[in-house]
Design a protein around this ligand. Structure first.
Ligand code: BGC
Length: 752
């Protein structure tokens, strides 16, 4: 062969091998692939665009309809008109969004339609339970439906894009935003990230986005926002890369695999680098490792805030950091609009970087069908017909009932009998609508909320329902106690509805004390002195320290914030028409000093031993939480027996197949969330004591038994080793199955 031909062939082979290698490194999930036809259309459009027009696509401004952060930039209408704004958030209703769309489509040179985004976090008009509450249901079908309903309503109001799901793992109940996510656990968090993404988008991938009933999901806040030091919002996070990859990142990757079309960067810094300027997170991991193909938006003015983080001195500096990190769209900060063009001219940012960012935004606009039909979602009749429908409200009721967790039920005081003569309903949340929507309830309308008082009145036509407020949620005023006690004395049972204001959780709502606010605990103690059975119903957006509530309460029902159908859901549970089945998606500490306290902790070299001084413990409180992850009671009882493994020596590619017999040993039908945990006993790095790897909701008639089987891929039992490689190391493991993380049956197995 001619030397030249040989060398050319060699070069071709080398290129092919490099390509194969690159593809193997970035295995783009099918759900993230862009089809050739869309790419062609985007290319044609990009070829016509000026640099300024491309930059315009990277700019997102809030309308004045609703505002969810500081307004640093007014006059968004002028920017739309000038082609300097590609997307708008906080603009609601089919009519209003139509007006804005008209400006973009009729008055700008290239007629590129706008995307409309909004925080549809737990329902749009039909408000569902807060996400943390939904997670307590462990019901992936109901949770997916909740997201579908939200998407249906939101898309009928002109919206294309929700800033959800929030998939931040949160292990610190002081942090108010724990309410918005799925709690502390990686497996549950990843499962629900997938389910919610699919619920919003209609399927795994972008193919349904052009329908008029879906919205693009946005996995947020990328990344590690939930690990804010001391639980103070926006605060620093700093952790090993192992922990980042093993705990905080998996729910985000699950969202990518489920086809999430967008990502939002977080406010915090991660190991010293603000997430919004973090190239490692946004480009190396998200795009190159995981194959994310959608676009990345910042959080609200988080580019600007990098000046306060102290990583650049001026707008140009932070703008360059963000765009070069791989961020595509600037939420509300005005930095991209103000600085990108000159950064390109100065050579600090490549024009290609801008083009690629614009490509990603435009690709989503094509996927949404916006160029074919920019007004596809702007039909006010459809908006009305699809909003707050009986079906949507029924889904919200179902979700609310399944989200409730029964924490305590002494002497089986619950369910209460519907034939009680007199019931006293007491507490600042008993007759309240406003708070029950919970944090980030977006377009939810408090007037549509069924209060607890209304729900109980409906449930108990022949019972005398007495009511006294007792106190406010968060004041020192106890002047209402006397009336509350008088009311309680006249009743056969007392139901006390206590908790937090909705604004005490969510963004910028951290608390250093996590007891019941104000004098509510004192109110409960006064009520307890009457000797009547006291059923405490909690409404709150975070785990609370209930140590002082416990002795005053005969029963405790965790009611979180349940949304529109709160009163009905609680009445069903309290009076036995629905048997509670929720389990805690997050540990409840005995006091705030134990925080962070979570299930999947590592062991220490000196595990707690109360009889030995030099072990890992507190002098004044036990190590265990008050209520463990996965805990929750039912009106029936369940027994577990006969845990079995199909094989107890497994290869790397095998499935761990476990089964257990579950028996309903009580007197009524009930649903149990069966949980499977594992532990890797010896590894090259210390491994958590217990990790959730599977769960199943099982409904059983009284007396019935069923064999519950699990299949867990051995590949899911791994971790990132010191070389940051994901490995499943051979050795002995434990499998644990039960109805709560602290009540399990255990068997060993070996991985070869
Ligand atoms: C929040 C985001 C939210 C955004 C837009 C920010 O303050 O952190 O979660 O999506 O505002 O409302």
């Amino acid at each position: 062969m001619h030397l030249k031909t040989f060398l050319a062939a060699l070069l071709l082979v080398a290129v092919a091998i490099t390509n194969l290698y690159a593809q193997a490194r970035t295995a783009v999930p099918t759900s993230q692939r862009v089809d050739a036809a869309t790419t062609r259309k985007v290319n044609t459009l990009l070829a016509k665009m000026t640099l300024e027009e491309k930059i315009g696509q990277l700019v997102l401004y809030t309308s004045d309809y609703d505002v969810t952060g500081p307004v640093v930039r007014a006059g968004y209408l002028k920017d739309i008109r000038a082609g300097n704004c590609g997307a708008v958030f906080n603009a609601l209703t089919a009519n209003f969004t139509r007006q804005l769309q008209k400006i973009a489509v009729e008055e700008t040179r290239l007629k590129i339609p706008l995307i409309f985004g909004y925080d549809v976090i737990h329902g749009y008009k039909t408000t569902f339970p807060i996400p943390l509450a939904e997670a307590a249901s462990f019901d992936t079908v109901a949770i997916e439906l909740a997201a579908r309903v939200a998407a249906r309503e939101a898309s009928a109001a002109g919206l294309h894009w929700t800033f959800a799901p929030m998939v931040d793992i949160a292990r610190d109940p002081r942090w108010g935003r724990i309410a918005e996510g799925s709690g502390e656990d990686v497996f549950l968090g990843s499962t629900l990230a997938r389910v919610r993404t699919r619920g919003f988008q209609g399927m795994e991938g972008w193919d349904l986005l052009a329908t008029d009933s879906t919205v693009v999901a946005c996995a947020k806040h990328y990344a590690a926002y939930g690990a804010a030091e001391a639980g103070r919002d926006y605060n620093t996070t700093d952790m090993s890369e192992q922990r980042l990859r093993d705990v905080y990142l998996p729910p985000f990757q699950a969202a990518v695999n489920a086809g999430a079309g967008t990502f939002m960067t977080a406010f915090n810094s991660v190991n010293g680098v603000p997430a919004t300027g973090n190239r490692f997170l946004v480009t190396d991991v998200l795009r190159d490792e995981w194959g994310f193909g959608g676009f990345v938006v910042t959080d609200y003015t988080s580019i600007n805030e990098m000046m306060k983080h102290g990583v650049a001195a001026d707008s140009a500096g932070v703008g360059a950091l963000a765009i070069n990190a791989g961020v595509d769209m600037d939420m509300q900060g005005g930095i991209f609009q103000g600085s990108l063009a000159s950064l390109v001219r100065r050579g600090v940012v490549k024009e290609k970087t801008i083009t690629e960012a614009a490509r990603r935004v435009l690709t989503m606009k094509y996927k949404l069908g916006l160029f074919d039909n920019p007004y596809g979602r702007n039909d006010s009749l459809r908006e009305k017909a699809r909003t707050l429908t009986p079906e949507n409200l029924a889904a919200a009721l179902d979700m609310a009932r399944k989200s409730i967790v029964l924490l305590k039920n002494d002497r089986d005081v619950l369910p209460l009998s519907k034939s009680l003569g007199t019931v006293a309903l007491i507490g600042p949340l008993a007759d309240n609508q406003r708070e029950l929507l919970g944090p980030w309830s977006g377009a939810g309308d408090a007037k549509e909320v069924v209060t607890v008082r209304a729900g109980l009145t409906r449930k108990l036509p022949s019972t005398k329902l007495l009511y006294a407020k007792g106190c406010e949620i968060d004041t020192k005023d106890s002047s209402g106690f006397a009336e509350a006690v008088r009311t309680a004395r006249q009743a056969d049972a007392v139901i006390a509805i206590v908790g937090e204001e909705q604004g005490m959780s969510g963004e910028a709502a951290s608390r250093s004390q996590i007891t019941l606010p104000g004098v509510q605990t004192e109110l409960l103690m006064e009520l307890a002195k009457t000797g009547k059975p006291i059923v405490v119903v909690l409404m709150n957006g975070r785990p609370l320290d209930l140590s002082a509530v416990l002795p005053a309460a005969t029963a405790i029902v965790e009611g979180w914030f349940l949304g529109n159908r709160t009163g009905d859901a609680l009445a069903d549970v309290l009076f036995g028409d629905f048997n509670p089945s929720g389990k805690l998606p997050v540990s409840f500490p005995r006091n705030v000093g134990q925080v962070p306290i979570y299930l999947s902790a590592l062991n220490t070299g000196r595990p707690v031993n109360v009889n030995e001084k030099f072990t890992s413990k507190y002098l004044d409180v036990e190590n265990t939480p008050l209520y463990a992850f996965g805990y929750g009671l039912s009106y029936t009882t369940f027994a577990y027996s006969n845990l079995r493994l199909e094989q107890n020596v497994l290869g790397q590619r095998d499935m761990l197949r476990a089964s257990i017999t579950l028996t309903n040993t009580g007197k009524r039908e009930g649903t149990e969330v069966v949980q499977l945990y594992t532990r890797d006993e010896v590894g090259s790095m210390s491994r958590p004591l217990q990790e959730l790897k599977g769960f199943k909701r099982m409904t059983l008639a009284a007396g019935a038994s069923v064999q519950v089987s699990f299949e867990v891929p051995v590949q899911s039992l791994g971790f990132h080793n010191a070389q940051m490689k994901y490995v499943v190391e051979p050795g002995t493991f434990l499998v644990m199955v039960g109805g709560s993380s602290d009540k399990v049956q255990t068997l060993p197995f070996t991985v070869r």
